[in-house]
Write a protein that binds this ligand. Structure first.
Ligand code: HEM
Length: 432
C-alpha cells in the first residue's frame, strides 16, 4: 500500500523523527529526557496501529527522496524478512552502512554476502552464541561480581546510584569481559568510541574522521594482541586472529544497549517488591561453587525490559533482489523497516502489551512470536543475546539485594508501564 504524502509526513513526524532525535547509534541525553516527557513511543505505536488497521495489515510503502521504504505491520512479514536474511533481505541497509562506517566498517552487520560468511561464524564462536553460559562464563561472572561490589560501595558512600555512576563501573566490566583484566581501566577507549558514535548519529551527513578511527583501530589491535585467552577477544583470536579486531567495535558499542536494559530492569525491580524478592531468591538458591548459574527469572526480567523498551528502535533490511509483496514486485534496493515498539506492545495481539510480564519468556510464548524480536531473529539475529543475558542477569540479581528504590517509582510499580523510559535519567536511592 502506497502511503499518501500526508500519511508519510505523519510517519516521519511520529515514528522516525523521535528516533533520529534521540540518536540511532548513541543516545543524546537531552533528547531521551524529552522523549520520556512526551512518551514518544506511544505516539509512534498508535500511528502505525492506525495505518495497519486502515490498510488491513498490508506493508506500508513510503517514498523518502530517492528511496522506497516499506514498513511492515504483521508478524508473518517480520518473519519473512528476518528468516530471509541475508539474502534476499540484507541486514547491511543503506542507513546502517552510512552510520556504522564511522567506527566499524568491518563489522558483520554491515558486511556484504561473502564477508558475512567469514565474520558471522567468527562472531558466533567468540560470543558462544548458542550457549546460555559462555565457555568463559566463570570469568565473566567473576567480573560481574566485582562490578556489583564496586556499585555496592558506591551506594554505601553516596546513598544512591545514577546512570552516570553506573556507567563507569559498567564500562570497566565490559573492557574486562572483552579483553581481560589488563584493559579494565582503559576508559579512554570507550570515550574515543563514543566520539565516533556521536558522528555516526549523523550517518552519511557527517564526514568520517580518518585519524580518530585509525587511533581506535590501533588501540583495539593492541588490546586484541594482549587479550587474555578467556576474554571475548582472546577466544575470537583463536578462531580468526586476522578478523577479530574488526568485530570488536560492534561488541563494545552493543554493550551500551545491555547497560540501558539492565538499568531499566533494575528500575522495575526496585519499584516492585515481588520482583525484587524473586531475584534475590534466585541468587540465594544458586550454587556458589558450581558452574555459573543460568538464572531463568532474572533473564526473563532482562528480556522483558528490552521487549517493553527496545534498544533497537527499528530493525532494517534492504532487499538485494526484486521481491513480491502482496502481488506487487518491489525492486532490489527497497528498504524494509520493523518498528520494534509497535510490535512489542501491540494490544491487538498481546494481552501483556503494557504489562511487565517476565513469564512470557519463561513459558515459551514470547519465543514463538515473530512480533517479539528485541534481539532480532533468524540467521542474522544477535549472536550476543546469551552473553548479554548472562551478564545482565547476574548483575541484576546482585543489585536487587542492595535495597534501592528508583526515583519516580510510582510510574513503574504498577501496570501499565510507561511507553518510554529514559534510562539515562534513572536515579536510585538506598532505602537504608
Ligand atoms: C541488550 C543488548 C543487545 C540487544 C538488544 C541487541 C540486539 C541486536 C539486534 C536487534 C541485532 C540485529 C540488528 C539488525 O539486524 O539490524 C543485533 C545484531 C548483533 N549483535 Fe546485538 N544486541 C545486544 C547486545 C549485543 C552484545 C553485547 C554483542 C556482542 C558482545 C552483540 C553482538 C551483535 C552482533 C555481532 C550483531 C550482528 C549480527 C549479524 O549481523 O549477523 N549484541 N543485536
Amino acid at each position: 500500500m502506497d502511503l499518501s504524502v500526508a500519511e508519510t509526513a505523519s510517519v516521519l513526524r511520529s515514528v522516525i523523527a523521535p528516533f533520529v532525535a534521540q540518536g540511532a547509534i548513541v543516545r543524546r541525553p537531552r533528547a531521551t529526557a524529552w522523549a520520556e516527557r512526551h512518551q514518544t513511543d506511544r505516539g509512534a505505536r498508535e500511528m502505525l496501529a492506525a495505518l495497519r488497521d486502515r490498510y488491513d495489515g498490508a506493508p506500508l510503502s513510503m517514498r523518502l527522496g530517492p528511496r522506497r521504504m516499506v514498513v511492515v505491520t504483521r508478524p508473518d512479514q517480520v518473519q519473512r524478512l528476518l528468516q530471509g536474511s541475508p539474502d534476499p533481505y540484507s541486514p547491511a541497509s543503506l542507513e546502517k552502512r552510512g552510520a556504522l562506517k564511522h567506527f566499524q566498517p568491518d563489522g558483520v552487520l554491515v558486511s556484504g554476502h561473502d564477508e558475512r560468511r567469514v565474520r558471522r561464524p567468527l562472531n558466533e564462536a567468540a560470543l558462544d552464541a548458542d550457549q546460555a553460559v559462555h565457555r568463559s562464563g566463570r570469568t565473566v561472572v567473576d567480573t560481574v561480581e566485582r562490578g556489583a561490589r564496586e556499585l555496592e560501595n558506591q551506594v554505601r558512600a553516596t546513598g544512591g546510584l545514577d546512570a552516570q555512576q553506573f556507567a563507569r563501573t559498567w564500562w570497566s566490566m565490559v573492557l574486562e569481559i572483552v579483553f581481560g583484566e589488563r584493559a579494565r581501566d582503559d576508559l579512554g577507549l570507550v570515550e574515543l568510541l563514543d566520539r565516533l558514535k556521536r558522528d555516526a548519529n549523523w550517518s552519511g551527513l557527517h564526514p568520517r574522521r580518518t585519524r580518530r578511527r585509525a587511533e581506535l583501530e590501533q588501540r583495539i589491535a593492541t588490546h586484541v594482541r594482549e587479550a587474555a585467552p578467556d576474554s571475548l577477544a582472546g577466544v575470537g583470536r583463536e578462531v580468526d586472529a586476522g578478523a577479530v579486531a574488526g568485530q570488536v567495535p560492534h561488541w563494545l558499542f552493543a554493550f551500551d544497549a545491555a547497560a540501558a536494559t539492565t538499568l531499566r530492569a533494575l528500575a522495575v525491580a526496585t519499584a516492585r517488591q515481588e520482583v525484587r524478592e524473586r531475584l534475590r531468591d534466585e541468587l540465594a538458591s544458586a550454587d556458589p561453587e558450581g558452574p555459573p548459574a543460568v538464572l531463568p527469572y532474572a533473564r526473563a526480567c532482562v528480556l522483558e525490559a528490552v521487549r517493553l523498551w527496545p534498544t533497537t528502535f527499528a530493525v532494517l533490511r534492504d532487499s538485494v533482489r526484486d521481491t513480491d509483496w502482496d502481488g506487487r514486485t518491489l525492486p532490489a534496493g527497497t528498504g524494509f523497516v520493523v518498528v520494534s515498539s509497535f510490535f512489542h506492545r501491540d494490544p491487538q495481539r498481546l494481552d501483556v502489551a503494557d504489562r511487565f510480564a517476565p513469564e512470557v519468556w519463561l513459558d515459551g510464548r514470547a519465543d514463538e512470536d515473530w512480533g517479539l524480536v528485541p534481539f532480532s531473529g533468524g540467521p542474522a539475529s544477535c549472536p550476543g543475546r546469551n552473553l548479554v543475558l548472562l551478564v545482565a542477569s547476574h548483575l541484576l540479581v546482585r543489585l536487587a539485594g542492595l535495597d534501592l528504590r528508583v526515583q519516580r517509582a510510582r510510574y513503574l510499580a504498577d501496570d501499565p508501564v510507561p511507553a518510554t523510559v529514559d534510562h539515562l535519567g534513572l536515579v536510585f536511592r538506598s532505602r537504608r
